[in-house]
Design a protein around this ligand. Sequence first.
Ligand SMILES: Cc1cc2nc3c(=O)[nH]c(=O)nc-3n(C[C@H](O)[C@H](O)[C@H](O)COP(=O)(O)OP(=O)(O)OC[C@H]3O[C@@H](n4cnc5c(N)ncnc54)[C@H](O)[C@@H]3O)c2cc1C
Length: 410
Amino acid sequence: MVYDVIVVGARCAGASTAMLLSRKGYRVLLVDRATFPSDTLSTHYIHQPAVARLRSWGLLDRLAATGCPPIPTYGLDLGPIALKGCPTPYDGVDVAYAPRRIVLDALLVEAAAAAGATVRTGLSVHGLLQEDGRVVGIRGRAGGTEVVERTRLVVGADGLRSTVASTVNAPIYENRGTFRCAYYTYWSGVPLDGFESFGRDAFGAAAVPTHDGLACITVLFPRSQFKQVRGDVERHYLAALDQTSLGERVRAGTREERWYGTGDLPNRHRHPYGPGWALAGDAGYYQDPITAHGITNAFRDAELLTDAVDRCFGSGTAMDVALAEYHRRRDDSARRMFRLTCDIASEPPPPEILRLVRAMVGNQPATDRYFGMLAGTVDVDDFFADDHIAAIFAAAAGEGQPLEEQVQAG
Ligand SMILES: Cc1cc2nc3c(=O)[nH]c(=O)nc-3n(C[C@H](O)[C@H](O)[C@H](O)COP(=O)(O)OP(=O)(O)OC[C@H]3O[C@@H](n4cnc5c(N)ncnc54)[C@H](O)[C@@H]3O)c2cc1C
């Protein structure tokens, strides 16, 4: 059997892509070397636009029914300055979620299977079939048996160290290097006020409520400190949190799991398509998790790539034309958040961001829009438009009306 599409990697990007393509009636094979449910190295914050996608895919109620708490508020504490607010809603969605990946990814795989995709887990892809310069299938291994499957398109949704991307030599561009390393774990008995984030000169930290009443708390250290931190994670992690209001709460709570960590957090894009292949999610695009956009981006790629494949197989658009459009739409949607993420992740955060945050203290409409911009519900360019920034500084200096009054005044 020749599949229309084989998707390699069955988490946020791959399972979503397989589900959407299957719902359109395409014959899809979804493979992963992992089995599900299973965990992966990632924390969990899903911004409002991605929650809206889960809702439009009919999966939000199922996620909520797993006991994952909704997160309406967003906090940013920079030491002397702190902001609290509610990100501008997106298409009526005014909460975020932070599901355990063991729950979210299994739910997506089940949805792909329910949509008609053939799902084969425990299958590790080690090569691609190529004929006349075109990818036409995968070679893999499952339980000691060699597997060969043929297709019209292989989608590499196989993460940061994508076998598909490296096999086809997908070119890397916008390579900004690595700014941070991250360590996180799970705590019981640590009360949180929604999503809490902290920025200090030498680290950033984030805390989210997740399943089972646990708080998932991450510290992002400068990449230059990776060896040092790895040598004694607990000491460095707690010393960092002691500089925030989380320190006391965490010390009164209980650590429920092991330490999870990585120093492999590059910032770069890969050219996401070629003859017979395409990339989705982390395989094609990676940015520091400090702005927590990886899952949101993976869902976006799933929709954009499904559109492109459908125009090609459904309406006869040439594959390279459809996939070039996918590439353009992905990069247009990602460009500003990518640069902002690199700015925020760089050490130390640029002074203009500190000045801006200081100017928003006491200005709730601007604060909510700022958090909306970080969540992707307010366009980054609109937020940073000269007149919008000038209005924030004018309001801070007492020279203008707060933004809300300006908006109401028309
Ligand atoms: C510390 C940390 C914290 C993060 N926190 C957040 C956050 O709060 N919010 C957020 O949105 N994002 C976060 N991210 C980013 C997020 O985890 C990723 O962007 C997201 O997981 C990308 O999904 P994906 O489906 O592209 O890839 P992955 O989740 O990496 O899935 C890839 C899949 O491919 C499979 N695979 C790989 N190679 C093969 C092969 N050869 N054969 C078969 N299968 C294969 C793997 O088994 C895996 O299941 C974080 C990342 C890190 C490292």
